[in-house]
Structures are given as structure tokens and as C-alpha cells.
Unconditional design. Structure first.
Length: 138
């Protein structure tokens, strides 16, 4: 197994011109801001894209129904023709992520949807509060 490398984005290292240092800095800053543990595989030991996702397949309709149930709504669903390149399966192979990054999903779909709904409800409440507060007052 290849160990993940913790990246020092501000220390002395080789420079490259592909925007990697900028991306690593943004990635690290986001992780620090949100208290996340980050890991990156070294290019010296691994090349190629890595699929991230949940290996338990769910269709868009499954997810829409989950959201509708969680919101306790009965929104109608419209079924339109699929684009020709639409994937028939949505089940990522996360073997490389597990092996090279030690990554696997830690949250069930329904729990993630609950967190997402709560986040957007909170944002909506904050926005409504700001709109009702006179300018300059909080």
C-alpha cells in the first residue's frame, strides 16, 4: 500500500507550472477551515484519476424519492428522454481510492441527504434574517 503524503503547501518544494501548488493550497486551506483531514497521493507513486463516491448504486429517481420523503413533499417527477451518453449505471469503483488514499464513504446516503437539507434550510433562514434586518444592524 502506498502511504498518503501530507502536503506542506507553503514549505520549500519543487515548483511546477500546472497550477498544482495553487490547487494544493486551496485544498489545504479549505481542509483547515472546515477541520478536515486531507491526504494526497504522490504523483511519484500513483498516476491517474480516482473515483470517489458511494459504491452502493442509486438512480437519480431513487435519490429524488429519498429527498421527497425527507422533505415530506409529493413533488411530481418529470421523465424526459435520456441523453445518448447517459451512463446506464452509477456505481463507482472506489478500489483505487481505498487502496491509494485509504478513502471510503463514511456516511449513508440518507444521512448525507439529511445533513444537506439541514444545511440549506439553515442558509435559507440566515438569508431571510439578513433580508429582514435593516442595513448596518445585526
Amino acid at each position: 500500500m502506498v502511504p498518503a503524503i501530507y502536503v506542506n503547501t507553503v514549505g520549500l518544494r519543487a515548483c511546477y507550472d500546472e497550477g498544482k501548488r495553487c490547487a494544493e493550497t486551496l485544498f489545504s486551506d479549505y481542509a483547515r477551515q472546515h477541520g478536515l483531514d486531507i491526504k494526497m497521493a504522490s504523483e511519484a507513486t500513483f498516476h491517474g484519476p480516482v473515483n470517489l463516491g458511494n459504491p452502493h448504486e442509486a438512480t437519480v429517481l431513487d435519490i429524488a424519492r429519498h429527498i421527497s420523503d425527507l422533505l415530506q413533499t409529493e413533488a411530481p417527477f418529470r421523465f424526459l428522454p435520456l441523453p445518448p451518453d447517459d451512463p446506464k449505471r452509477r456505481c463507482p469503483d472506489i478500489t483505487l481510492a481505498r487502496h491509494h488514499l485509504g478513502w471510503a464513504p463514511r456516511m449513508a446516503l440518507e444521512d448525507g441527504l439529511r445533513h444537506t437539507i439541514a444545511h440549506f434550510a439553515s442558509r435559507r433562514r440566515r438569508q431571510a434574517t439578513r433580508e429582514m434586518t435593516p442595513h448596518g444592524l445585526s
